[in-house]
Design a protein around this ligand. Structure first.
Ligand code: SAM
Length: 312
């Protein structure tokens, strides 16, 4: 983390240095606005005393130098933190979709037990879970901020994200390839997912694909038996702060009468999300129970757990 607080002494010294340099440079100021032969009174420039102008120039130089100094420090910090990352470095939430088979493994789902139950897939994006579940006669509602867009626009946005991620993950040490075997096979899963999604989206937009933005959900209290969240909360801890996680969890549990399952609970750096323990201790979530349930699926390292949240 960039600790501005820890820099304050050095920052003060830097400003003092600059001021001293500037004072030295302007100790015998050459009054460029008062060339030889000028009719102006010596010691005054444009109506201001020389001392005042010199101070003003020195102050302006200090501000410019300070700005350049801090810009360089921030760039340096950004370069260092990128180099320190060993996992997938993303500057935004990507539009990637998983299949029903992958959801089944992430959340250890028993699909038969979902028959007759209302399931909400939060931040479902271009996943084919809703489409495939519909085909099996299950009742799934998908919710995502992209569902205000037309299918063609969604396709246009998700294809570059897929290229970027597939290129990157093959080289990273934060993935295990037991299940997918290769980036090509992984791409096959993602392509099948978004194609099946787009196909169903044409028929289901506004019906089983509803648009909106977490941390708000447009559903009545206890509308669903089960809510699922795959690859949004916890894993994107860099993009979403603690408050977003807390509000989203409260809202998801408001609309769920059964339980919510969230996967994965590690960040892209493959380390347990730093918000988890704080959420467990948060007085606003005292009415909720949390259980980290182990599964036998692990692609992102340490992602063989989902979080089960239930009402106490
Ligand atoms: C990485 S994708 C995961 C999609 C799907 N759950 C899966 O695992 O295949 C993340 C999704 O979260 C959606 N998203 C990001 N911020 C959101 C928000 N505030 N509210 C609702 N959806 C959001 C994005 O549009 C994107 O479709």
């Amino acid at each position: 983390m960039f600790q501005f607080g820890g820099q304050s002494r050095r920052k003060t010294e830097f400003f003092a240095d600059q001021a001293a340099k500037n004072a030295k440079n302007t100790a015998n100021p050459v009054d460029v606005s008062n060339p030889v032969g000028s009719s102006r009174r010596p010691g005054f420039t444009a109506g201001f005393p020389i001392g005042f102008k010199a101070t003003w120039i020195a102050a302006r130089q200090s501000v410019v130098a300070a700005r350049d100094f801090w810009t360089r420090r921030i760039w340096q910090f950004q370069r260092q933190s990128r180099a320190m990352k060993r996992g997938l470095a993303l500057d935004k939430v990507v539009l990637l979709g998983r299949t029903l088979e992958e959801y089944r493994r992430y959340f250890a789902l028993d699909l038969e037990s979902l028959r007759g139950k209302a399931v909400l897939d939060v931040a479902s994006g271009v996943s084919s879970f809703c489409a495939e579940a519909q085909g099996l006669g299950l009742e799934v509602m998908a919710f995502d901020s992209i569902y205000e867009l037309a299918g063609e626009e969604i396709r246009r946005r998700c294809e570059p994200d897929l290229d970027q991620v597939i290129q990157a993950v093959g080289k990273l040490e934060t993935y295990r390839w037991d299940f997918y075997r290769s980036p090509e096979v992984l791409r096959g899963f993602r392509e099948r997912a978004y194609r099946a999604f787009l196909d169903d989206y044409r028929r289901g937009q506004g019906i089983r694909y509803l648009a909106g933005n977490l941390p708000n959900l447009p559903f009545r209290d206890e509308r669903f038996d089960l809510a699922l969240v795959s690859y949004l909360l916890f894993v994107y801890e860099e993009q979403f702060d603690y408050e977003f996680h807390r509000q989203s969890l409260l809202e998801i549990m408001r609309v769920t009468r059964g339980e919510a399952r969230l996967y994965p609970i590690v960040s892209f750096e493959a380390s347990r999300c730093r918000y988890l323990d704080r959420l467990r201790e948060d007085p606003a979530l005292r009415h909720l129970g949390f259980e980290e349930v182990e599964t036998d699926f692990e692609f992102l390292v340490n992602s063989n757990y989902y979080l089960r949240v239930f009402r106490r």
